[in-house]
Design a protein around this ligand. Structure first.
Ligand SMILES: [Zn+2]
Length: 433
C-alpha cells in the first residue's frame, strides 16, 4: 500500500475553470504520516467491525433512503424532513439531538477528550418545488426520484456512519456533530452552514460534508458568487407629455453598457471570473416612461479578491449610469437606485497540504481509489472561506440526472462511500485508544 504512487492530478472542474491558464495542474502528495494513520485505523478491529456493520445494515439504509426521499424538502421547507432526520439520529443512538434556529438538525456525539468539534453533515434540501412527485420508482437496480441522490443519499451516509460507530462502540477524541443542514441549494444560499459557523456560535473545528457522486471525488475549494438585484426608480409618466423625465430603462441600459465595457479589466486576467445579467424587467406600456427598471446579475470566481473586484466594477457602473441619466434629464426629480444583494457564496481556497484534505485523500487511497481534488460550489465553501478546514466527499453508489425529475441512484458498492466517510472522520476526530 505504501509503495503506491501517492501523486494525483487535481481535476479542476472543467466548466468552471476552462478559461484562463492560471488554474492549478498541481500534483498534491499524500504525506506518509496521513497514509500510515489511515491504514492503521482501517486495520483496527473495532473499525473492521464497523465496516462490516455498514454492509449488514444495507436493507435498513435502503428503507431510510426511500422514507427520507418521500418526505419533500423544497428550499425553505425542510422542516418535516429535518424532524424525521433528527428522530433517526436518536434512533441511531444519539441523546443530544436538536433542531436549531434556522432548521438544521444537529446530533452531538461526545468525544473522550472533547477538545475539538468535527462536523459531519449532509444537506436536507432539494431543488424541487413543493408539489413535486417524490415517490420512489424502481427499475432494475436503479431507484428513481427527485432528490434521491442529491442529497437524500448523503443523509443516509451520515446515518450509516453513525450507526456503525454506535454498533462497534467506537469512541473518538473529538466531539462529532452529525448534521442534516438546510439551505444548500440555490437561493437557500448556504444559510444552514452560515448559521452553524456564525460569529459567536460554538466553534466547529472542521467540517466533512457529504454531497457528490464518485467515491474518488473530494471537493476542497469553492467557486464563490455574488448576486444582485439592481432597481432604478423614478416618477414615470407619459412618453410624450412627460418627455424629459429621467428614464429608469435608459439608466439601466447605460449601467449594463458601462459594466460590460469595464468588466474585462477583471475577467481577462488571472483566475476565471464571470458575470451575467440574467433577467430584466419593469415598465408598464410602450408609451409610458417606466417608474422602475430592474435586472438580476450573477458574478462568480474561485478567488474572493477577483469576486470583490468584479463586484466593485458593477457598483461603479450603476453609480455612473445614475449620475449620467440624472445629469441628462430635462425635467422632474432625480432617479434613485437600489442595489440589493440577493446571494452570497464566498469563494474559498485551501491548500492540498491541509491535514483534513490529506486525511480525506489518505482514506480514499486506503480503499485503493485514486482521489481527485476538485473545486465546486458546496456547503464547504463557507467554512473554508473563514479559514476553517472543510471537504465535501462522496455519498457512495452511483447516480445521475441530479436536479432533474429523472434523478436516480444505484447501490453500486455504495457501502464503500460510507466506509471512506467513516475512515476520514476517524482520522480527523482521532480514534480513542
Ligand atoms: Zn447537493
Amino acid at each position: 500500500m505504501l509503495s503506491r504512487i501517492a501523486i494525483y492530478i487535481v481535476v479542476a472542474m472543467v466548466a468552471l475553470t476552462a478559461n484562463v491558464g492560471a488554474q492549478e495542474q498541481t500534483a498534491p502528495e499524500v504525506a506518509d504520516q496521513y497514509l500510515n494513520d489511515a491504514i492503521k485505523i482501517k486495520a483496527d478491529s473495532r473499525v473492521q467491525d464497523a465496516f462490516e456493520h455498514i454492509v449488514a445494515i444495507e436493507p435498513q439504509s435502503r428503507r431510510d433512503l426511500i422514507e427520507l426521499t418521500e418526505i419533500p424538502a423544497p428550499p425553505f421547507e425542510e422542516q418535516v424532513r429535518a424532524e424525521r432526520f433528527a428522530e433517526m439520529l436518536r434512533e441511531s443512538g444519539l441523546v443530544d439531538v436538536s433542531i436549531d434556529e434556522v432548521g438544521n438538525a444537529v446530533g452531538k456525539r461526545p468525544g473522550r477528550k472533547s477538545d475539538r468539534i468535527i462536523g459531519y453533515s449532509a444537506h436536507l434540501d432539494t431543488v424541487f418545488p413543493a408539489g413535486t412527485d417524490v415517490t420512489v420508482r424502481f427499475d432494475d437496480e436503479k431507484m428513481y426520484a427527485p432528490g434521491i441522490g442529491d442529497n437524500t443519499r448523503g443523509l443516509v451516509t451520515v446515518l450509516g456512519v453513525l450507526r456503525a460507530m454506535e454498533h462497534a462502540n467506537i469512541e473518538t477524541d473529538a466531539d462529532i456533530w452529525f448534521i442534516g443542514n438546510v439551505g444548500e441549494e440555490g437561493l437557500g444560499d448556504l444559510r444552514g452552514v452560515k448559521h452553524l459557523f456564525r460569529d459567536g456560535a460554538e466553534k466547529i473545528d472542521s467540517l466533512i460534508a457529504v454531497d457528490g457522486g464518485e467515491s474518488s471525488r473530494i471537493v476542497y475549494g469553492g467557486v464563490g458568487s455574488h448576486r444582485y438585484k439592481v432597481t432604478f426608480k423614478g416618477p414615470g409618466g407619459h412618453s410624450w407629455g412627460a418627455f424629459g423625465l429621467a428614464n429608469p430603462h435608459h439608466a439601466m441600459g447605460r449601467a449594463i453598457r458601462i459594466f460590460d465595457e469595464n468588466a474585462p479589466s477583471v475577467t481577462t486576467v488571472g483566475e476565471k471570473t464571470s458575470y451575467n445579467v440574467g433577467r430584466m424587467g419593469g415598465g408598464t406600456s410602450i408609451n409610458s416612461i417606466p417608474f422602475e427598471s430592474w435586472m438580476e446579475v450573477d458574478m462568480r470566481s474561485g478567488s474572493q479578491d477577483k469576486l470583490d473586484d468584479i463586484d466593485a466594477v458593477l457598483k461603479a457602473a450603476v453609480e455612473q449610469a445614475l449620475q449620467e441619466e440624472n445629469a441628462d434629464r430635462l425635467d422632474g426629480p432625480a432617479l434613485t437606485v437600489e442595489v440589493a444583494r440577493v446571494g452570497t457564496r464566498p469563494a474559498a481556497q485551501q491548500e492540498s497540504s491541509e491535514p483534513l484534505v490529506q486525511r480525506s485523500m489518505a482514506a480514499t487511497l486506503a480503499f485503493d481509489i485514486q482521489p481527485s481534488l476538485r473545486i465546486s460550489s458546496t456547503d464547504s465553501n463557507l467554512p473554508i472561506s473563514k479559514g476553517i478546514p472543510a471537504v465535501t466527499m462522496s455519498r457512495g453508489g452511483i447516480s445521475g440526472n441530479s436536479h432533474s425529475p429523472d434523478e436516480w441512484w444505484q447501490n453500486d458498492d455504495g457501502h464503500i462511500g460510507i466506509q471512506i466517510g467513516l475512515l476520514t472522520l476517524l482520522t480527523e476526530a482521532g480514534l480513542a485508544e
